[in-house]
Design a protein around this ligand. Sequence first.
Ligand code: GDP
Length: 440
Amino acid sequence: MFENLSDKLDRAFKVLKGQGTITEINVAETMKEIRKALLDADVNYKTAKAFTDDVRQKALGQNVLTAVSPGQLLTKLMNDELAELMGGTTAELTFPATPTIILIAGLNGAGKTTFTGKLANYLKTQKNKKPLLVADDIYRPAAIDQLEVLGQQIGIPVYANRDSKDPIAIAREGIALAKQNGHNVVIIDTAGRLAIDEAMMVEIEQVKAAVNPHEILFVVDSMTGQDAVNTAKTFNDRLDFTGVVLTKLDGDTRGGAALSIKSVVNKPIKFIGTGEKMEALDVFHPDRMASRILGMGDVVSLVERAQQQFDEKEAAELQKKIRKNKFDFNDFYSQIQQIKKMGNMKDLMGMIPGVGKMMKDVEVDDNAFKAIEAIIQSMTPFEKGNPETINQSRRTRIAKGSGTDLAEVNRLMKQFDDMKKVMKQMSNPAAMASMMRRMP
Ligand code: GDP
């Protein structure tokens, strides 16, 4: 995410490296580089200029404390200002009524339907809501099919009426059904078009007028850069939406849309899509995104993602097993599945401070676990439950069965043993305390 921009900003800061003070000249030079970096990232020209003018003024007005270098000072300033540019504080969804009605709008291909599913899944699993989805695209039967498949996958009902050609009626029917069945959120996926189209705008305005939604979320593909910003402006002029959803931030988007949308349409980004899976949705936090752009990592989001996947009961079971030294390959396998659910590997690593920059050119294969999984799958149930019985001849068979080789199986067995040892130590408070004492 935004690697190029991070890289260029980093280089811009180098101008100040080794300089003892902030002066008119070195700040002007740094700002020129920063503005170039922003323009390259497809940030709107006016936004980039206003931003750098603002940072310059603030930088010159700062008293440089002896404790921080001009570079550090500017990084902090940039962090605050970038966060401000993207909206400052986190804009949460509101649930002012039961049911709360959320209308989803955007062009075809932006990721509307995918987001509709992700949002429902998020509200169900993280916010304890009981959503109903409404398929309100009367033009593309495939869009209804797609939403129904997603609904099934996440276990959330979908209301559709394939015989109707009246989006207003369908939306109303959906809301009535939600009230009847005790759903507290209704998410309406509307029809898009390939480009801005008057008929589409009129239709969605009519649906809005008929159902009075509490939230209107505009979904836009971040890969489309300035186009995303222009489309957002047109939709906002007509719909006065309440928030933006930026999709496909897992791709090699340059970041311009994320940085310009707030200042152009003055509406907050509420969510970002970071993959095709239903779990690949994040609440947008301007401050955390700013740190990521500056290559400072985003540990808070990383921890949160881990917590979302964390099942307390399962963890307690696991603890017990570790204490009794009974952790086996079944547990190992299910741990891998949990890590995989957290999302794209490169994205996860980018959240660790300093690692994002390092990983820029490294191809992180999401299939990194494939070989390990294949090896574990080639074990018999007995072997999975009793790793100590996996002797040389069993290893040879497992290597063959998994399409790997003996060295790879041996390596996994060794890693597994090492891991078990560490786990055992960590589960014993006395041993842990002694280990901590030995730390430098
Ligand atoms: P719609 O026409 O606006 O409803 O768009 P879809 O929801 O059908 O999405 C279009 C394509 O984009 C599909 O192939 C989705 O899997 C993909 N997509 C949606 N959101 C994301 C995202 O956040 N990241 C990635 N990589 N792909 C996405």
